[in-house]
Design a protein around this ligand. Structure first.
Ligand SMILES: *[C@@H]1O[C@H](CO)[C@@H](O)[C@H](O)[C@H]1NC(C)=O
Ligand SMILES: *[C@@H]1O[C@H](CO)[C@@H](O)[C@H](O)[C@H]1NC(C)=O
Ligand SMILES: *[C@@H]1O[C@H](CO)[C@@H](O)[C@H](O)[C@H]1NC(C)=O
Ligand SMILES: *[C@@H]1O[C@H](CO)[C@@H](O)[C@H](O)[C@H]1NC(C)=O
Ligand SMILES: *[C@@H]1O[C@H](CO)[C@@H](O)[C@H](O)[C@H]1NC(C)=O
Ligand SMILES: *[C@@H]1O[C@H](CO)[C@@H](O)[C@H](O)[C@H]1NC(C)=O
Ligand SMILES: *[C@@H]1O[C@H](CO)[C@@H](O)[C@H](O)[C@H]1NC(C)=O
Ligand SMILES: *[C@@H]1O[C@H](CO)[C@@H](O)[C@H](O)[C@H]1NC(C)=O
Ligand SMILES: *[C@@H]1O[C@H](CO)[C@@H](O)[C@H](O)[C@H]1NC(C)=O
Ligand SMILES: *[C@@H]1O[C@H](CO)[C@@H](O)[C@H](O)[C@H]1NC(C)=O
Ligand SMILES: *[C@@H]1O[C@H](CO)[C@@H](O)[C@H](O)[C@H]1NC(C)=O
Ligand SMILES: *[C@@H]1O[C@H](CO)[C@@H](O)[C@H](O)[C@H]1NC(C)=O
Length: 487
């Protein structure tokens, strides 16, 4: 009891203390008064903006009120605007605001205190490629520059170098930026986030940028003509997000990728990478997404296992030249949802496994050289929605009833395995696609007749005359569409 009182007193004391501190440190409601030079800059800006039809109120700001209270504007204590965000002004249906006959230098000359400038979706194409020089000259304090989808023209200038404090640069969705100079951002070592996705960049990406110690996120995806290589990474790298999807990046993944201890998203899909995938990738504990699909990697799959990549949710290595055996421990990764290893040269047998992952939704292993029987442990994956084992060398037999506990199964594709349809009524009414070429199915799986979602047009192709005859008989049922060409 005494203890309880002590605790209560202590609690009250701490509570009052924290209350006291909160009142002391709470920001005072400072009223920033808009300075005249700021107001006049914004007035000019507003005058030069052309709004889309769908923007009901073509007055963005009421000039009679304090500019520091306007939507999209933030001021410092002295009344200088420090942030301008016009992205709210773009209309629905992608109608964009545009800055018509802008002299950006003139418009922004009084706004040199800006630390953040967001003009995403504001069409500034009328500025030509000058935007880059001008912004770099006039707004030297920028930490955040965001011009996504602003119809920018290239080339990217090297003057961005003058933005010594730049930590976030988003120029994504400007497909005409074209070339990138080797000195682009060469000294911008404060950079934390860089998004140049879908910018139509060509030439060679200056890869020292990957080595900036504060860099956390870099997205260069969807630049088909952009070439480059991954650098050696050092232990002090902060990279968490790295996407080079659909670029002309090539070469090996350096072994030093294992230094990226914070990496949680790596997408190198649809590039020209080759060589062996460093086994140490399996030790990157933060990894959640790994997409290396559509490259020319060979050698074996890194030894992913529960302790190493406990957070891995998406793993795609499809369309490479991976060989070696496929270790069933992949099916036990605790967070894995989507596993795609199709179109490689993986061989050998799949071992049975315990600890079946309860998160696995999709397994794609088609177009490999896997043999032996399909491990029965597969039927213990409780959340499985899609299983594609087409075009391997698996042997049967298998019963459709084996899947009876997998209630969420919507897609099942097997080939070259003898499958028995066993006409037990099955509960998995979700099944929408059943694709069983060369499976010697002899009996029509009756349970499918009650399955509303079943897509008869795409499913069930069979090269077996006995089954075709039976399907023909079933044709009277309103659920069954006449069977395709293979009969
Ligand atoms: C900048 O501020 C000065 C002084 O208030 C003003 O005369 C000038 O018109 C302003 N320039 C712009 C572009 O608003
Ligand atoms: C720009 O945004 C609009 C509206 O969202 C979109 O339709 C368009 O595709 C985007 N442009 C580019 C180049 O992505
Ligand atoms: C941007 O404005 C220019 C004309 O200034 C126009 O040709 C172009 O189509 C606009 N871009 C978008 C994405 O609306
Ligand atoms: C980058 O910084 C280095 C060292 O401070 C300097 O020598 C070099 O001229 C700078 N490069 C550019 C393009 O500003
Ligand atoms: C990049 O594209 C621009 C514009 O199409 C072109 O002038 C330039 O030569 C290209 N550069 C490279 C390195 O391909
Ligand atoms: C793509 O990269 C390869 C290898 O670096 C290079 O030979 C080729 O010219 C690049 N292609 C384009 C379109 O830039
Ligand atoms: C990062 O590590 C490299 C070598 O591993 C070193 O040269 C560099 O100075 C380090 N940078 C920082 C910011 O610690
Ligand atoms: C992963 O880390 C463990 C423990 O540090 C180490 O023993 C193992 O060799 C590493 N595996 C790879 C493939 O780097
Ligand atoms: C990967 O391919 C390269 C080039 O064809 C070859 O030299 C190398 O031996 C292959 N490595 C493996 C592990 O298959
Ligand atoms: C599969 O992986 C597990 C865990 O990493 C390992 O213990 C086992 O030896 C591997 N099996 C094969 C056949 O490589
Ligand atoms: C496929 O596996 C068989 C053994 O099951 C082997 O003889 C054959 O060479 C493999 N084919 C390929 C393309 O790896
Ligand atoms: C299907 O039946 C044919 C003819 O009986 C046989 O040759 C073939 O091996 C069987 N296929 C399977 C996957 O069992």
């Amino acid at each position: 009891m005494r203890d309880f009182h002590h605790h209560l007193l202590l609690f009250l004391y701490l509570f009052l203390l924290s209350l006291y501190q909160v009142t002391l440190t709470a920001p005072k409601a400072v009223h920033h008064r808009c300075r005249d030079d700021q107001r006049s800059a914004f007035a000019q800006l507003q005058e030069n903006l052309k709004f889309p039809e769908s923007f009901s109120n073509a007055e963005l700001w009421d000039l009679k009120t304090d500019c520091c209270s306007w939507e999209g504007v933030t001021c410092n204590d002295a009344g200088h605007a420090t942030q301008l965000d016009l992205s709210f002004a773009s209309g629905e249906d992608g109608d964009s605001v545009s800055l018509e006959k802008p002299n950006l230098g003139m418009l922004f000359q009084n706004l040199s205190f800006l630390v953040e400038l967001h003009l995403d979706y504001v069409n500034i194409s009328a500025q030509g490629s000058n935007w880059c020089e001008v912004i770099s000259q006039v707004l030297p304090n920028l930490r955040v520059l965001s011009l996504s989808n602003s119809s920018l023209s290239g080339p990217l200038c090297s003057s961005l170098l003058k933005l010594h404090f730049l930590s976030e640069l988003d120029l994504s969705q400007n497909p005409e930026l074209s070339s990138i100079s080797p000195s682009f951002l060469v000294n911008s070592s404060n950079l934390e986030t860089l998004d140049l996705s879908y910018c139509g960049l060509n030439g060679s990406f200056p890869n020292n940028i990957f080595r900036f110690p504060k860099l956390q996120s870099i997205d260069l995806s969807e630049n088909l003509l952009l070439s480059g290589q991954l650098p050696e990474f050092s232990l002090n790298s902060s990279i968490q997000y790295l996407s080079l999807k659909n670029t002309n990046f090539s070469g090996n993944i350096p072994l030093s990728i294992s230094n990226l201890k914070s990496l949680n998203y790596l997408d190198l899909s649809r590039c020209k990478f080759y060589g062996v995938i460093p086994p140490s990738l399996a030790n990157l504990t933060q990894l959640e997404t790994l997409d290396l699909s559509f490259n020319s990697f060979n050698g074996s799959i890194p030894p992913f296992q529960r302790d190493g990549v406990a957070n891995l949710a998406f793993l795609s290595l499809e369309h490479n030249q991976l060989n070696g055996v496929l270790n069933s421990s992949l099916f036990t990764l605790p967070s894995l949802q989507n596993l795609d290893l199709s179109s490689n040269q993986l061989g050998g047998q799949l071992d049975e496994f315990s600890d079946a992952s309860s998160s696995l939704l999709i397994i794609e292993l088609s177009n490999n050289n896997l043999s032996g029987s399909i491990p029965r442990s597969i039927f213990n994956l409780p959340s499985l929605r899609e299983l594609n084992l087409l075009y391997n060398k698996f042997s049967g037999p298998l019963k459709l009833g084996d899947f009876k506990n997998q209630r969420d199964l919507v897609f099942l594709a097997l080939s070259g395995v003898s499958v028995e349809s066993d006409n037990r009524s099955l509960a998995y009414v979700q099944l929408a696609t059943l694709y069983l070429p060369n499976c010697n199915l002899t009996e029509f799986p009756n349970f499918l007749k009650n399955t509303e979602q079943f897509d008869w047009s795409r499913s069930f192709q069979q090269q077996n005359s006995r089954l075709c005859a039976q399907l023909d008989m079933e044709n009277n049922s309103h659920h069954i569409i006449p069977f395709p060409q293979s009969c």
